[in-house]
Design a protein around this ligand. Structure first.
Ligand SMILES: [Cu+2]
Length: 599
């Protein structure tokens, strides 16, 4: 198929949305059709209590007009929403009816290592036909989610929401709440998608720049500057528009399992405060969310209460969660609009006082292109030349692994200092094709494609710098050491790594039980990576040491650095990885927390 044909196909697919739409459930539940009365999360069950039976199995689904097979839990994609109570002990019996090993990871839950659900690290996985019993005490509240940590099962449907009601009175006032679980579905198999990316990293990227763009650039910047910029991209054999690896060409974006066409709908009544619990349960997609006509008050990030901040738009990285409160007016329907970072598609929902009302579909925003800043300003040209580069200037770069800067600034201020990129010796070679020499500060940057939204659209966009914990910092100690980790890759070969070393070849990162460390992530690539640390909180240093927000997943912008504190308060073997599913095989580390730890 030619690119043009594919592009047209792609457009048609995401403009009209799914033709048949909905999901065919085998459990006697109605499939969701336009015109039927939209109940609360029509196709997603909520299970309550402290004892659950979850069965993983194959399930026929139809999101695009073509029947496919999903991996589902209790016959449902997304999996049932689990509603827990803080302070209780939950028991979850998970039975694997799939033909392959499986697992469930309880994303964002602080629990014993054996219950974390990562095969090969904390347990052996669940064999076909077997039942594994998870049991743990819940010592937190808020919005989380769960998903398979085996193979590509998360891409084909093994994910669901977790909502934990607090033991103490909720500081957030609301009259009703909805889970808004975003995901990406493809009719192509994950194996095929991965193989396509390996063959050509921009396989799914059809957003080429046009001749019109060229004339615009020349008019604005002049011929010389335009030539310089374009020559750079040409030399790199990369695309300035290569923002997402997998795009709306391959994906149909879902909200609570509904396509933009079938549209998930939430109802509200006059005067109600509605809490929306956004979860990005996609495999590969970063979304920018807004509800035209409404401001949103963000009240929690990654399940943790924050000091409320009112905004018009926010970015949600893969695996992040944000809770917002809105107060819609009873005289119209609102679109919950989640466009992807590369503007190749969107998930869409409807918030309405009247079942018969449907909000207009908003227009997607301008499409971002990568610039110099997204590469950490300077680009290592030698590093681009795979044949000729032979570790030039290595003596100056010869910092030991996890290089330690000479001074450690106080807790909370790690992102205020400018970071010198200490590139590890392991970062040089054909497995990396870029190094950020002067990484930008990732704290105040709302991110690629959102930077000009105040000027262009008069929208206030959430930044990490706006996050402030609602309660005071628990561990007030300063870090005793710093670890600088680089997110690396050879983007044209679709190889991903940390410090230039892929997971299979890497030593674990060792932490001593009880110690407090600072981790500074430097993104040497041109992709935005959502980095998830299991079992321990990532305390993002947003500048106020007394109210450091706690997260489980941190978005690291291209060519940027960002730092957070970690209290090594849970012994065990923990996964630490990029949550973009097709990056995970390479961009991953084991974090080992041991008593007396590293010697
Ligand atoms: Cu990644």
């Amino acid at each position: 198929m030619s690119d043009i044909t594919r592009l047209n196909l792609s457009r048609r697919q995401f403009v009209t949305g799914a033709t048949a739409g909905g999901i065919l459930l085998g459990l006697g539940l109605d499939s969701y059709a336009v015109g039927s009365s939209p109940a609360k999360n029509p196709q997603v069950q909520t299970l309550r209590g402290n004892s659950f039976n979850l069965a993983m199995g194959y399930q026929p689904v139809n999101f695009t007009g073509a029947q496919r097979t999903a991996t589902a839990i209790n016959g449902s994609v997304p999996a049932p929403t689990l509603r827990w109570q803080e302070g209780e002990t939950v028991t979850l019996r998970v039975t694997n009816h799939l033909a392959h090993d499986s697992s469930i990871h309880w994303h964002g839950m602080i629990l014993p290592t054996g219950m974390d659900g990562v095969p090969g690290l904390s347990f052996d996985g669940i064999k076909p036909g077997e039942t594994f019993e998870y049991q743990f005490e819940i010592n937190q509240s808020g919005t989380y989610w769960y998903h398979s940590h085996s193979g590509w099962q998360e891409q084909t449907g093994l994910y669901g929401a977790i909502v934990i009601d607090p033991k103490d009175p909720d500081p957030v006032a609301y009259d009703r709440d909805y889970v808004v679980l975003l995901s990406d579905w493809s009719d192509e198999s994950p194996d095929r998608i991965y193989a396509n990316l390996k063959k050509m990293s921009h396989y799914y990227n059809f957003q080429e720049r046009t001749a019109g763009d060229l004339w615009k650039d020349i008019k604005n910047k002049g011929v010389v500057q335009t030539w310089k910029e374009r020559e750079m991209w040409n030399t790199m054999r990369m695309k300035q528009t290569d923002i997402s690896d997998v795009t709306g060409y391959a994906y149909t974006y879902l909200m609570n399992g509904a396509t933009p066409d079938t549209r998930w709908t939430g109802l509200f009544k006059q005067g109600e405060k509605v809490r929306l619990r956004f979860i990005n349960g996609s495999a590969m997609s970063i979304f920018d969310i807004r509800i035209p006509g409404l401001t949103m008050t963000v009240v929690a990030a990654d399940g943790q209460n924050i000091e409320p901040v009112t905004i018009d738009e926010f970015r949600i990285g893969t695996a992040e969660t944000y809770d917002v409160v809105v107060e819609p007016n009873a005289d119209s329907a609102y679109a919950i609009f989640a466009q992807t970072i590369d503007r190749s598609g969107y998930a869409l929902g409807n918030l309405t006082p009247d079942v018969a009302w449907r909000a207009d579909t908003p227009k997607m925003d301008h499409r971002p292109t990568l610039g110099h800043g997204d590469m950490g300003m300077a680009m290592n040209r030698a590093g681009m030349d795979h044949s000729g580069h032979k570790m030039n200037g290595m003596s100056a770069m010869n910092h030991r692994q996890h290089g330690t800067p000479p001074t450690i600034v106080a807790a909370g201020y790690g992102n205020r200092k400018s970071v010198t990129a200490n590139h590890h010796t392991t970062e040089f070679g054909p497995h990396t094709d870029m190094l950020a020499e002067a990484p930008q500060n990732g704290l105040h940057d709302p991110g690629l494609g959102l930077r000009e939204h105040r000027q262009r659209y008069n929208r206030k966009v959430l930044r990490y710098a706006d996050l402030r914990n609602l309660t005071s910092t628990q561990d007030k100690r300063d870090p005793s050491r710093e670890i600088q980790l680089h997110l690396t890759g050879n983007m044209s070969r679709y190889m991903w790594s940390m410090n230039g070393i892929k997971f299979a070849d890497a030593e674990p990162l060792e932490l001593t039980y009880g110690e407090r460390v600072r981790i500074t992530l430097v993104n040497d690539t041109m992709m935005t990576h959502p980095i998830h640390l299991h079992g321990l909180w990532s305390e993002l240093e947003t500048g106020d040491p007394d109210y450091i927000p706690r997260k489980h997943t941190i978005l690291v912008q291209p060519g940027s650095q960002i730092s957070y504190l970690v209290s090594a308060d849970a012994i065990g073997r923990w996964a630490y990885h990029c949550h973009l599913m097709y990056h995970m095989p390479g961009m991953m580390r084991e974090v080992r927390v041991e008593k007396g730890g590293r010697g």
